[in-house]
Ligand binder design. Structure first.
Ligand SMILES: CC[C@@H](C(=O)O)C(=O)SCCNC(=O)CCNC(=O)[C@H](O)C(C)(C)COP(=O)(O)OP(=O)(O)OC[C@H]1O[C@@H](n2cnc3c(N)ncnc32)[C@H](O)[C@@H]1OP(=O)(O)O
Ligand SMILES: [Co+2]
Length: 134
C-alpha cells in the first residue's frame, strides 16, 4: 500500500538555527520557513536527492509537537511520511486492520497542498506515521 518516502520530520525548538545546520553545515538546499497555522507548526523542507527532511517548530503552546519537545529537549525524529495512491482507500484498509487514525479521521491539507492523515505511533512500531496523497 505505501509508496515513496515523502519526508522524515524532525521536531526542533529553533527552526532558524536548525535550518543553518542543514544549509551551512551539511550544505543542503532548504526552503523558506512557512507557518502552517492549521497544523500548529512552522515548516522548513530540506531537499535531498531522494527525499525530504521536514523541520518542525511549534506554533504556540498547544502545538501537536509541544509535548514531544517537552519529552525530547534536543528535538528528534517526530514522524515519517509515506505517499499513498488513494488516501481514503488506505485509511479504510488500515482502520479495518485495527490501526488508529488520529484527529477526526478525515484527511486535512498538508504542507504540500495535498490531503494528509496521521496514524497512531503505538500501532506502527513506535513511529508516528503520516500518509500523503501522491
Ligand atoms: C505541516 C503539515 C504536516 C505535513 O504536511 O507534513 C505535518 O507534518 S504536521 C506535524 C504535526 N502534526 C501532528 O503530529 C498531528 C498528529 N499528532 C498527534 O495527533 C499527536 O501529536 C499524537 C501523536 C497523538 C501524540 O499526542 P500527545 O498528546 O503529544 O502525546 P500522548 O501523550 O498522547 O502520546 C501517547 C504515546 O505516544 C507516544 N508518542 C507521542 N508522539 C510520538 C511521536 N511523534 N513518535 C513516537 N511516539 C510518540 C508518547 O510517547 C506516548 O507514549 P507512552 O508514554 O508510552 O504512552
Ligand atoms: Co509531515
Amino acid at each position: 500500500m505505501i509508496g515513496r518516502l515523502n519526508h522524515v520530520a524532525i521536531a526542533v525548538k529553533d527552526i532558524a538555527s536548525a535550518t543553518k545546520v542543514y544549509q551551512n553545515t551539511l550544505g543542503a538546499k532548504v526552503t523558506d520557513a512557512v507557518p502552517q497555522p492549521d497544523h500548529g507548526v512552522t515548516t522548513v523542507f530540506v531537499e535531498l536527492p531522494n527525499t525530504k527532511i521536514e523541520l518542525l517548530e511549534p506554533l504556540g503552546a498547544d502545538s501537536p509537537i509541544a509535548k514531544f519537545l517537552e519529552r525530547n529537549a534536543d528535538g528528534g525524529i517526530h514522524h515519517i511520511c509515506y505517499e499513498v495512491d488513494d488516501i481514503i482507500a488506505a485509511r479504510d484498509q488500515l482502520k479495518g486492520q485495527g490501526a488508529r487514525v488520529l484527529g477526526t479521521g478525515e484527511p486535512r491539507i498538508g504542507a504540500h497542498g495535498k490531503p494528509v492523515l496521521f496514524l497512531h505511533p503505538k500501532d506502527f512500531c513506535g513511529t508516528l506515521v503520516e500518509l500523503e496523497q501522491a
